[in-house]
Structures are given as C-alpha cells and as structure tokens.
Design a protein around this ligand. Structure first.
Ligand code: HEC
Ligand code: HEC
Ligand code: HEC
Ligand code: HEC
Ligand code: HEC
Ligand code: HEC
Ligand code: HEC
Length: 314
C-alpha cells in the first residue's frame, strides 16, 4: 500500500508535469511558484514578485532580450519556449492592457476550462453576439452554426512575424486584414478581410442579393453599412437596416419608414433612404411579388384618386 502511494507521487511528480498548465510545470519553469509569488503561504494577486502585470508576464513573453534574461536568471528552462507577444501589442491597433493580461488569460486554468468568448463578455457584453441575435457569425460554444469561429478567428494580427491572439494588428478593429467601414472609399482590396472567408466572385456574381456588385463597386457602399460584423438582433443575414448604430447612413423614407422584409433567402423588400435615394419598397428576387406590389400600389392610387374626387364633389 505504502509502495503504491509512493509510486503515485513518484509518477505525478516526475511525469505529471507533462499534462500540467505550463506555468505549473517545473520542467519549464524550474523555480516553480516562487517565480511569480512572493509568499507561498498566502498566495494571492497582491503577492506577485517583481512587477505587476503585464510586466510580470513580459519577463518571459516579452522581447527576445527579455527571454534571454529570463534564461540567465533561471526562471525558465532551456527547453521552454514561451511565445513573445510584445511585438503584437506594439502594432498600431492594440488591445488595452490597463488590467494586465489576466482578464483574458487565467494563468492557472486547466486546459479548455474556458472559451475565450466568456472572458470577452465581461467587458464587451453589448456585442450583438451575446444578445440572442437572429443571425450571426457562429462562435464555437456560443452560437452553434454550420461552421464554428472564435473571436480570434477575426480578431488577431496577420500571422507573419507575430502571434495568435487578440493583442494587436495593423488594421483597425484588431482584425487580420483590410476592412473599410466608411462608404465612398472603394478600392479592390477594401474588403479583403471578408473575402478571406467569403469568395468575392460569388458575392459579386452568384449571390442571393443580386445588387451586391452595384452597391459595392458603383456606389462604394461598405459591407459594414448593410451587414454587422457580429450579428443582427432582428434581421437575417446579419443585416443592419434597422440598426440605430447606422442612423448616420441609413435613413427613414419620406413616409417615416425604415425596415427590411425578408421573404426567405434571395428575396426581400427595402423601405429606407440611402445615398439620397429612396427605397420605398424596392424589392429583389421575387418577380411575382414585385408585380403584385405594383398592382396593389396602383389600386391604392386609384382608390385615393376616387376618394379625392368624391371629397371634391359639393
Ligand atoms: C508565471 C507566473 C506564476 C507562477 C509560476 C505561479 N503563479 Fe499563481 N498566480 C499568478 C498570477 C498572475 C495570478 C493572478 C491570477 C488572476 O488574477 O487571474 C496567480 C494567482 C494564484 C492564486 C490565487 C487564486 C487564483 O487562482 O486566482 C493561487 C492560489 C496561486 N496563484 C497558486 C500558485 C501555485 C501553488 C503555484 C506553483 C505551483 C503558482 N501559483 C505559480 C502567476 C503565477
Ligand atoms: C517565468 C516565465 C513566465 C511568466 C512570468 C509567464 N509565462 Fe506564460 N508561459 C511560460 C512558458 C514556459 C510557457 C510554455 C511555453 C512552452 O510550451 O514551452 C508559457 C505559456 C503561456 C501561454 C500559452 C499557453 C499554452 O498552453 O500554450 C499563455 C497564453 C501564457 N503563457 C500567458 C501568460 C500570462 C498571461 C502571464 C502573466 C500573468 C504569463 N504567461 C507569465 C512562461 C512564463
Ligand atoms: C477587462 C476588460 C476587457 C476584456 C476582458 C476584453 N476587452 Fe476588449 N477592450 C476593452 C477595452 C477597455 C477596449 C478599448 C475600448 C475602446 O477603445 O473603445 C477594448 C477594445 C477591444 C477591441 C478593439 C475595439 C476597436 O474599436 O478597435 C476589440 C476588437 C476587442 N476589445 C476584443 C476583445 C476580445 C475578442 C476579447 C476576449 C478575448 C476582449 N476584447 C476582452 C476591454 C476588455
Ligand atoms: C467574422 C469576424 C468576427 C468575429 C468572429 C468577431 N468579430 Fe468583433 N469585429 C469584427 C470586425 C470586422 C470589427 C470592426 C468593424 C465593426 O466595428 O463592426 C469588429 C469589431 C469588434 C469590436 C469593436 C467594435 C464594437 O462593436 O465595440 C469589439 C469589442 C469586438 N469586435 C469584439 C468581438 C468579440 C468579443 C467577439 C467574439 C465573441 C468577436 N468580436 C467576434 C469581426 C469579428
Ligand atoms: C483582450 C484579451 C487578451 C489580452 C489582454 C491578452 N491576450 Fe493573449 N491571447 C488572447 C487570445 C484570445 C489568444 C488566443 C487563444 C487561443 O485561441 O488559443 C491569446 C494568445 C496568447 C498567447 C499564445 C500565442 C500563440 O501564438 O499561440 C500568448 C503567449 C499570450 N496570449 C500571452 C499574453 C500576454 C503575455 C498578455 C499580456 C501582455 C496577453 N496575452 C494579453 C487574448 C488576450
Ligand atoms: C474567419 C472567417 C470569416 C470572416 C473573416 C467573415 N466571415 Fe462571414 N461567415 C463566416 C462563416 C463561417 C459564416 C457561417 C456560414 C454558415 O453558417 O453557413 C458566415 C456567415 C456570414 C453571413 C450570413 C450568410 C448566410 O447565408 O446566412 C454574412 C452576411 C456574412 N458572413 C458576412 C460577412 C462580412 C460582411 C464579413 C466582413 C466584415 C465577413 N462575413 C467576414 C466566416 C467569416
Ligand atoms: C447594399 C447593402 C449590401 C451591401 C453593401 C453588402 N451586402 Fe451582403 N447582402 C445584402 C443583402 C440584402 C443580403 C441578403 C440576400 C438574401 O435575401 O438572401 C446579403 C447577403 C450576403 C451574404 C449571404 C448570402 C450570399 O450571397 O452568400 C454574404 C456572405 C454577404 N452578403 C456578404 C457581403 C460582403 C462581404 C459585402 C461587402 C464586400 C456585402 N455583403 C455588402 C446586402 C448588402
């Protein structure tokens, strides 16, 4: 019995490290807990040795020089290879670090205990993805879809020379490629970000919205004007036509209407005003419907004319 207990601890101590969180792994971090904690008996965030976060983390995850220094101090072993993240945080668009790295990384978490979207929610709960949207970019574990993304699928730098994570990027919004949010700046590469996952040719020529190309190329309308990058609370296809965030570019019609009616994939009707152009029931996809609507309008007109005539009579 004693031997079995001995064996258990022998194995756990000598081989168990392999399965551990790297920060609790003595073969990677030879000095163990006291590398980061001052006092073994009352371990808590206040007792971190040396700098506060993020500097604490950057001792090992900073520049190459930092890493060499850490090796010299013996706080990491030669077989360890902590990834440098400093470079990404120095890119023009970067995530704030006032609260350090821990709001996004639980350093003592067991693997797979958290999905990243749960951490992001603590500060970004106003994101439509957290508000039961009708349509959305599917996030693994949050909004199941045919295919699953994570926040990092989009929010990360372009991969060369940098690392994976919501740290920093050369593109506004901490995304991995070009995305022009403003209208009127059309260039071939304006929406490369979206085209990485959605085929451009398909959007221009084989889409269920036949007027994509016209809007994008001719009027310079950004995808952002019509689609939310995350999701849409009330509309399908991530559409934004009723979204207040777009009130500066999508307006009410003269009749005070601002709505979109979807009649299923490939069929819809727009009531809104955009680039000074009234969409007073402009429709796509369903010829029968447009004819029917035109008929209804004509009937309405003739009824109104009749009404007027009746009112005119003494
Ligand atoms: C690489 C640095 C580092 C090492 C090594 C480390 N810790 Fe920590 N520890 C931290 C940080 C940073 C926090 C604060 C975490 C937070 O706020 O989420 C923390 C928090 C804790 C806490 C507070 C409770 C919690 O989970 O928030 C305990 C307990 C703890 N560590 C125990 C240990 C023990 C035991 C070891 C050795 C096996 C160890 N730590 C090794 C950095 C480290
Ligand atoms: C004493 C050095 C040291 C410090 C301080 C340190 N790390 Fe690490 N970190 C490592 C090592 C070593 C690894 C594992 C690298 C490897 O696989 O060789 C690692 C791995 C990671 C990983 C990747 C996780 C994985 O499973 O691959 C993340 C994320 C990370 N650290 C975040 C942090 C954060 C956040 C802090 C500060 C709270 C921090 N680290 C502080 C040494 C350190
Ligand atoms: C501790 C709170 C906190 C957590 C946790 C957090 N963020 Fe942030 N985030 C912020 C703050 C503060 C800003 C700066 C807001 C601003 O500039 O309007 C920001 C900015 C951003 C931006 C850039 C916004 C812009 O307009 O360029 C993105 C993208 C982002 N966060 C994504 C994430 C993701 C993804 C996660 C989860 C992995 C996350 N954040 C976790 C607080 C947090
Ligand atoms: C399909 C790509 C994609 C995914 C997945 C994605 N985002 Fe974004 N996100 C973007 C783009 C593009 C922008 C910049 C344009 C904009 O503001 O909509 C953005 C902007 C943001 C911003 C800043 C603007 C704002 O709305 O506050 C935050 C914060 C953010 N995202 C958080 C998240 C979080 C958290 C997740 C995961 C739950 C996530 N994103 C998933 C593409 C994505
Ligand atoms: C806004 C949230 C956020 C902040 C703040 C943040 N990270 Fe990350 N980081 C992430 C996400 C998300 C990933 C990708 C995790 C995944 O998908 O496995 C990541 C990945 C990493 C990785 C693995 C990189 C790779 O290429 O595999 C390391 C190491 C890391 N972060 C360290 C840090 C350190 C150190 C800090 C503080 C200086 C920090 N992070 C701050 C969200 C954040
Ligand atoms: C990282 C890959 C990725 C990026 C980048 C991306 N998307 Fe998506 N998008 C997806 C996935 C995956 C789906 C879900 C497909 C499914 O479930 O059929 C999707 C779905 C959509 C849908 C709904 C399609 C439908 O038939 O219901 C629209 C609209 C959309 N994306 C627009 C955009 C726009 C606009 C951008 C740029 C701002 C963008 N996407 C960027 C991966 C991406
Ligand atoms: C003028 C508004 C408008 C603009 C600008 C716009 N879209 Fe769309 N898009 C729509 C509408 C409306 C639908 C819904 C079509 C339907 O009813 O099936 C749609 C559907 C989609 C779909 C899903 C259906 C399909 O054809 O695969 C994707 C993906 C998509 N758009 C991507 C984009 C991208 C990427 C951009 C920018 C390069 C963009 N859209 C610009 C209005 C727009």
């Amino acid at each position: 019995m004693h031997f079995l207990i001995f064996l258990f601890f022998f194995i756990k101590y000598n081989f168990g490290d392999f399965y551990k969180n790297p920060h609790e792994n003595r073969s990677l971090i030879p000095k163990g807990c006291k590398t980061c904690h001052k006092n073994h008996n009352s371990i808590s965030k206040e007792y971190l040795k040396g700098d506060e976060e993020p500097n604490l983390c950057l001792r090992c995850h900073g520049s190459l020089k930092d890493k060499e220094k850490a090796l010299g101090e013996g706080i990491i072993s030669p077989i360890s290879n902590p990834k440098s993240v400093l470079q990404s945080f120095l890119l023009p668009f970067n995530h704030p670090l006032q609260n350090g790295c821990s709001p996004c990384h639980s350093i003592h978490r067991k693997n797979d205990e958290f999905f990243e979207f749960e951490k992001c929610k603590n500060c970004h709960s106003n994101n439509p993805l957290y508000q039961k949207p009708l349509s959305f970019h599917p996030i693994f574990g949050l909004n199941e879809g045919k295919s699953n993304l994570s926040c990092t699928s989009c929010h990360t730098s372009e991969y060369q020379n940098s690392n994976f994570g919501v740290h920093g990027s050369n593109f506004k919004g901490i995304i991995f490629s070009n995305y022009e949010k403003e209208d009127g700046f059309y260039e071939d590469n304006s929406y490369n970000f979206c085209y990485t996952c959605h085929n451009k040719e398909k959007i221009f020529f084989k889409s269920s919205f036949p007027y994509h190309r016209e809007h994008i190329e001719k009027y310079g309308t950004s995808c952002y004007t019509c689609h939310d990058s995350h999701g849409s609370i009330n509309l399908p296809f991530l559409l934004t036509f009723e979204d207040e965030k777009r009130n500066d570019r999508i307006f009410q019609t003269k009749n005070g209407e601002k709505k979109f009616i979807s009649l299923g994939k490939g069929k819809g009707i727009c009531y809104l005003s955009c680039h000074n152009f009234e969409h007073n029931g402009l429709s796509y996809g369903d010829e029968n419907f447009s004819n029917l609507k035109r008929e209804l309008e004509l009937k309405k007109e003739s009824l109104q004319n009749k009404k007027r005539e009746i009112l005119k009579k003494p």
